[in-house]
Write a protein that binds this ligand. Structure first.
Ligand code: ADP
Ligand code: MG
Length: 364
């Protein structure tokens, strides 16, 4: 069983604190993605788990064993980096088997492990090639194969797809997910890309400035973001946010005389005069006749479209509510002219309220 536990893990580089006392429990076989903006401490956290960075405080255990003072090779982990780090003068076969050779494993065992990895990753045809004769995606597969042959308890990935073009990135994402389904190891995966996090993770750990902001399944973060940072980081386009003030207990006054009811999830939790951000996703603001037919409380808004982005099955519509640019979605799209006025339905049950002072969600 290989669960990974971080207790109050701290990293300081001189005076700069890169990681501020992180607590995180990762279950055996779980696929956990650390995501967040550049510089938030993802790689540092991963490298501390790998043993490539000392920790300045706290405790890390892997499979129930405290590893704080164990060198990387004794932690039974394999790490895949963004730049692959393949040996250029070796063939794919030699690259795959190299770590086992230097560990002086018996030849038969090495051959069997290499064959198995090649099969899992579809590398059979490429075994005698050198890295220079491979495409980016193939090199990435070899890098993963090299991690697999060691039968690690835990795979650590640091932005493994960042050097690939968009199309290949999507393909490799699926391969990594299939790999996890086949081998079932614990995976800790670092990326700055929220789409990768959403599509790959059993659980997402969203970080900011060396802190964990929210941990949960992709849908938990999407549907119940704890604050405006999560609301705008997860999901594309980002959640629309409009400044408002609570009037009485039932109404949020936006600018320009526009007001909306307090969404049911926040009723009874806001106070008269409270400054808030009113939030909703593009999916919850759709023109009449081009929306999902859903039960629930709705508000009607007549809005002018300023710009359109046709995506095929849907079109993103840019418009303004109370002086703030927001994005809406049109299903079964028809062409829309800039300046055209449409009646939109806002799904109030799906809307969010955040306290303006703290940015925290107000939700029962
Ligand atoms: P991420 O992977 O999320 O982009 P990192 O973990 O690489 O972020 O970095 C977190 C913070 O720690 C950043 O502010 C970075 O500048 C700092 N940092 C990372 N490595 C070092 C180092 N070796 N020395 C000093 N500061 C570092
Ligand atoms: Mg990084």
């Amino acid at each position: 069983m290989t669960e990974v536990t971080l207790s109050n893990v701290v990293k300081r580089y001189g005076k700069h604190q890169a990681v501020h006392g992180i607590d995180l429990g990762i279950a055996d076989g779980e696929f956990v993605v650390l995501v967040g903006p550049s510089g938030c401490g993802k790689s540092t956290t991963l490298r501390m788990i790998a043993g490539l960075e000392d920790i300045s405080g706290g405790e890390i255990s892997i499979g129930g064993r405290v590893v704080n003072d164990l060198p990387p090779r004794e932690r039974n982990i394999s790490m895949v980096f963004q730049n692959y780090a393949l040996y250029p003068h070796m063939t794919v076969r030699e690259n795959l088997g190299f770590s086992l050779s230097i560990a002086k494993k018996p030849v038969a065992e090495i051959e069997s492990a290499v064959r198995q990895a090649a099969e899992i990753l579809g590398l059979d045809e490429l075994m005698e090639r050198k890295p220079a004769e491979l495409s980016g995606g193939q090199r990435q597969r070899v890098a993963m194969g090299r991690a697999i042959v060691r039968h690690p308890d835990v795979f650590l990935f640091d932005e493994p797809l960042s050097n690939l073009d968009a199309k290949l990135r999507t393909q490799m994402r699926v391969e990594i997910k299939k790999l996890h389904q086949k081998v079932g190891n614990t995976i800790i995966y670092v990326t700055h890309d929220q789409v990768e996090a959403m599509t790959l993770a059993d659980r997402i750990v969203l970080m900011r400035d060396g802190h964990i902001v929210q941990v949960g399944t992709p849908l938990e973060l999407f549907n119940k973001p704890v604050d405006t940072f999560v609301a705008t980081f997860i999901g594309s386009p980002p959640m629309n946010l409009i400044n408002g003030t609570v009037m009485g207990a039932e109404v949020i006054q936006l600018a320009d005389g526009v007001s909306v009811p307090v969404p049911s999830s926040a009723r009874g939790l806001v106070t008269d005069g409270q400054k808030v951000h009113f939030g909703f996703r593009a999916d919850n603001l759709m023109p009449e006749g081009h929306s999902v037919q859903e039960e629930g409380e709705k508000a009607s808004l007549d809005l002018s479209v300023t710009l359109t982005e046709p995506l095929g099955t849907e079109t993103l519509l840019f418009t303004e509510i109370a002086g703030t640019e927001v994005q809406a979605k049109m299903l079964n799209p028809r062409p829309v002219r800039p300046g055209e006025k449409l009646t939109f339905q806002l799904m109030l049950d799906k809307c969010h309220v955040f306290d303006a002072a703290s940015s925290n969600a107000i939700r029962s």
